[in-house]
Design a protein around this ligand. Structure first.
Ligand SMILES: Nc1ncnc2c1ncn2[C@@H]1O[C@H](COP(=O)(O)OP(=O)(O)OP(=O)(O)O)[C@@H](O)[C@H]1O
Length: 330
């Protein structure tokens, strides 16, 4: 993004070759140890490319919110550096935050005010917001999140999904280069989740970089172009979502009315971790030509209905990398 290169020159420590002008968020060895001794974030090197929808993924307690709070200048790191839009945080908080729309830990709303009045009030508390354009910007933001019809209703009558959308509208009152959303679909029903996800996709299609945290793997796979995976305060892996999933090997899946014989032959052929479930036999594909494996099944008299590789998911990648299931609490 051209405008990023006009940001103030680096004044902090070097942030590494990956943190070029097209990197919207870059951290280097970012660490937070809380007073009680809890190491919540441990040596994090994060690089969020401009224009990406970047999923920050990890089980509960893995350090996502603590990282986001450091990125937004809300808490100081114990050590390491964080740069947002090319500038060092928390030092540049005042210049950076007006360019960032943030939705962290649910929106703070006044239940007795209407959705529209909440936004008017929120905007009037922002010293960088132009009061002359306030009503028009509020109307545009309400329209953007699909709340125009409900704008006069009191916020306390809003569903959780509507409250989240109002929070997003607040983040959209000014043009933003970056949106930071902490667990934006947390607590929503499936319909509310779909609405927020499609809104995120729409915002991203305008070129805004979106950084969103989630503990839901399928959410990241559905919405994000890039992801970083956290576990116990440490970065496990980051990169384009398609590449992360491709890093894990897919499963070989054989469908057959003769699962017992199939499992025996597949083991002989070198397939590991063989699991039989009704007419499906799955496992790690053997390291040889799969056409030969299929031929071996057929010549052993196994009736093969289906034979193929199932694409690995981000969850497979996570399990392969950490040796843990994804629902572990840090
Ligand atoms: N203010 C604090 N004081 C002490 N420990 C904290 C504090 N805030 C967070 N922690 C601890 O740091 C670790 C990381 O928490 P954090 O909230 O960043 O994780 P998370 O990935 O955002 O999880 P969640 O989705 O549950 O919020 C946890 O073990 C948590 O208990």
């Amino acid at each position: 993004m051209a405008e990023l290169s006009t940001a103030e020159p680096d004044t902090g420590p070097a942030t590494g070759p990956e943190a070029g002008p097209d990197t919207v968020i870059a951290t280097r060895a970012l660490t937070k140890r809380f007073r009680g001794g809890q190491l919540a974030v441990d040596g994090l090197d994060l690089a969020v490319p401009a224009g990406s929808v970047f999923g920050f993924l990890g089980p509960n307690g893995s350090g996502k919110t603590t990282t986001i709070r450091m990125l937004m200048g809300l808490i100081e790191p114990t050590s390491g550096t964080a740069r947002v839009l090319g500038q060092a945080m928390p030092r540049a908080t005042r210049t950076v935050l007006p360019q960032v729309g943030a939705l962290i830990e649910g929106p703070a709303l006044y239940g007795f005010l209407s959705g529209r009045d909440n936004l008017l009030r929120y905007d009037s508390a922002d010293p960088t917001a132009d009061p002359r354009t306030r009503r028009a910007r509020v109307a545009a933001a309400l329209d953007r999140v699909g709340l125009t019809a409900a704008a006069s209703k009191k916020a306390k009558a809003y569903s959780l999904g509507m409250k989240q959308r109002l929070g997003l509208a607040a983040a959209l009152l000014q043009p933003r280069r970056l949106l930071v959303l902490d667990e934006p679909t947390n607590g929503l029903d499936p319909q509310g989740m779909r609405e927020i996800r499609s809104l995120v996709r729409e915002l991203a299609s305008d070129g805004t970089t979106v950084f969103l945290s989630s503990h839901l793997l399928d959410e990241i796979e559905q919405v994000c172009s890039h992801a970083a995976v956290m576990a116990r305060g440490r970065l496990i892996i980051q990169g384009p979502v398609a590449e992360l999933a491709a890093g894990a090997r897919g499963l070989l899946v054989v469908t057959t009315p003769d699962p017992g014989d199939a499992a025996r032959v597949l083991k002989e052929q070198g397939m590991a971790d063989v699991v039989v479930e009704e007419d499906r036999v799955t496992g790690e594909p053997p390291d040889r030509d799969l056409a030969e494996v299929n031929a071996a099944l057929v010549s052993a008299g196994v009736r093969v209905r289906g034979f193929g590789l199932e694409r690995a998911s981000l969850e497979d990648a996570f399990v392969a990398l950490t040796g843990e299931g994804f629902d572990v609490a840090g």
